[in-house]
Write a protein that binds this ligand. Sequence first.
Ligand code: HEC
Length: 144
Amino acid sequence: MMIRMALMAVGLLGWMILPVDAAEKDPMKVRVPADQLAAAQKLKSPVAATDVVAKGKELYEGKGTCLKCHGVTGQGDGPGAKLVRPSPRNLTNHEWQKARTDGELFWIIKNGSPGTGMVSLIPSDINETEAWEIIAYIRTFGAK
Ligand code: HEC
């Protein structure tokens, strides 16, 4: 029994971290739970996006650790991307950028996407204002 459980744990771990068929999981599917979606979509950034893009970039590449998974150019190809399943979001996806409000991105950075490598990063790594600054930077990926 113990051995079987240990094997199952190893198998599950392998499934979660091995780079087999690594791919994004249905990027257009909304991640915020239905009962919180309306509120999340209405959240407005307290920072003026144009003023904080450089700060956001610094945080994205630095203490926010985002680039480890999402990559320097936001394509979801950072050095840690191979270690997580599903794959990190390709933040340069125009269709996805258009579909998500800033508030939804904020919700995910704060709460994570359950069952994925996208864990909550507030307050462990960054504070709320810093998350909004990073969002301003992430939006520049969609403009390319
Ligand atoms: C350990 C790897 C990892 C790190 C570090 C990481 N992410 Fe993610 N991120 C992921 C994965 C994996 C997904 C895809 C989750 C899913 O499919 O539900 C994701 C998804 C997202 C999404 C998309 C949510 C949606 O609604 O589609 C956003 C936005 C995001 N991450 C922002 C960030 C930001 C900003 C940081 C840094 C503050 C960051 N991530 C750090 C792995 C990571």
